[in-house]
Design a protein around this ligand. Structure first.
Ligand code: NDP
Ligand code: OXD
Length: 286
């Protein structure tokens, strides 16, 4: 039986499905597990920091793994990388200046794509970029052994990962370690005229330092789906910047039917005492 929680509902429940849950929805309930209706659990974990008794550690928190988001991220990343690779940004600028001018081609083998975050979604994006002949690399906490993808692990290898990365794609979770990670120091390590595609969280990027990198030629363009404040405030200089493109946090939305099928499957396995994936490590933050 499924019911929509409304303020004042104190009836028992075994499982809760939440996105931005009010404290009173979860507090004091003998739940078997809670499911986040998204991939990132940063908003739930940040609420838990202020209200730790909302969800005791004994109640597992699960998140969505892919459930259709992988495919959406692939569509977004492939279309944007090809847009930059085929110089459609330059051709649009030439078109606006009424100029007919063929430009030198970029070489695929020199157009290195670096993905920060090699989890469920980073893996899907890497897979979709493979057929195009771009050198691919990922950066994560633990090393990956993926065919034809160079893996860099941990803080010590971040510099090596950035060196030579022409297109930086962010698919990290928002944790204490990753907030503000795309800053002046990081951007300075990329080759000149690189590109940034932020598909993860706005707080990963220090927005003033991103603008400085765009203005000093370090970055040639940025495509942003997420922002430190959403909706992006009207006064943000990002709106008018000619080399910034954006979408309103729609890179990969939760598809209800796929999400519900996934959650129902996980509940069935939990009830049978089988092992399941997707549990959030609250200590680690993702
Ligand atoms: P996962 O948890 O599967 O993957 C996270 C990856 O980040 C892992 O590879 C992990 O390393 C790596 N990582 C975490 N912390 C660090 C660190 N400190 N240093 C280096 N690497 C680190 O997440 P998903 O792929 O499912 O999702 C990624 C994020 O995408 C979500 O957290 C969410 O913020 C964002 N998202 C955005 C959407 C949008 O519409 N814009 C939609 C859905 C998600 P390791 O593999 O070693 O654990
Ligand atoms: C998510 C999101 O994390 O929609 O699922 O951003």
């Amino acid at each position: 039986r499924v019911r929509e929680w409304k303020a004042g509902d104190n009836q028992p429940a075994d499982y809760a499905l939440v996105w931005h849950p009010p404290v009173e929805m979860l507090q004091g309930r003998a739940l078997k597990a809670v499911f986040a209706l998204g991939a990132g659990v940063d908003s739930i974990l940040s609420k838990l920091r202020d209200h730790p008794d909302m969800l005791p550690l004994s109640i597992p928190l699960f998140r969505l793994e892919d459930t259709g988001m992988g495919r959406q991220m692939q569509e977004y990343a492939v279309s944007q990388v090809l847009h930059w690779f085929r110089r459609f940004d330059d051709y649009q600028a030439l078109k606006l200046a009424s100029r007919w001018q063929p430009l030198p081609e970029y070489r695929a083998d020199e157009f290195t794509i670096g993905i920060m975050g090699a989890g469920v979604l980073g893996a899907k994006v890497a897979e979709s970029l493979q057929p195009w002949g771009f050198p691919l690399r990922v950066w994560s906490r633990s090393r990956k052994s993926w065919p034809q993808v160079q893996s860099f692990a941990g803080q010590a290898e971040l510099g090596g990962f950035l060196q030579g990365t022409r297109v930086l794609i962010n698919l990290l979770p928002n944790t204490a370690e990753t907030v503000g990670i795309i800053n002046q120091t990081l951007l300075a390590q990329l080759p000149d005229e690189s590109y940034l595609l932020n598909l993860a969280r706005g707080v990963h990027v220090v927005e003033e330092e991103l603008l400085a990198a765009l203005n000093n030629g370090k970055l040639k363009g940025a495509m942003l789906d997420v922002f430190s404040r959403e909706p992006l405030p009207q006064e943000s200089p990002l709106w008018a910047h000619p080399r910034v493109a954006m979408t309103p946090h729609v890179a990969a939305v939760t598809r209800p039917m796929e999400a519900i099928a996934y959650i129902a499957g996980t509940i069935s396995r939990l009830e049978r005492g089988e092992s399941v994936s997707g549990q959030v490590d609250r200590q680690r933050g993702y």
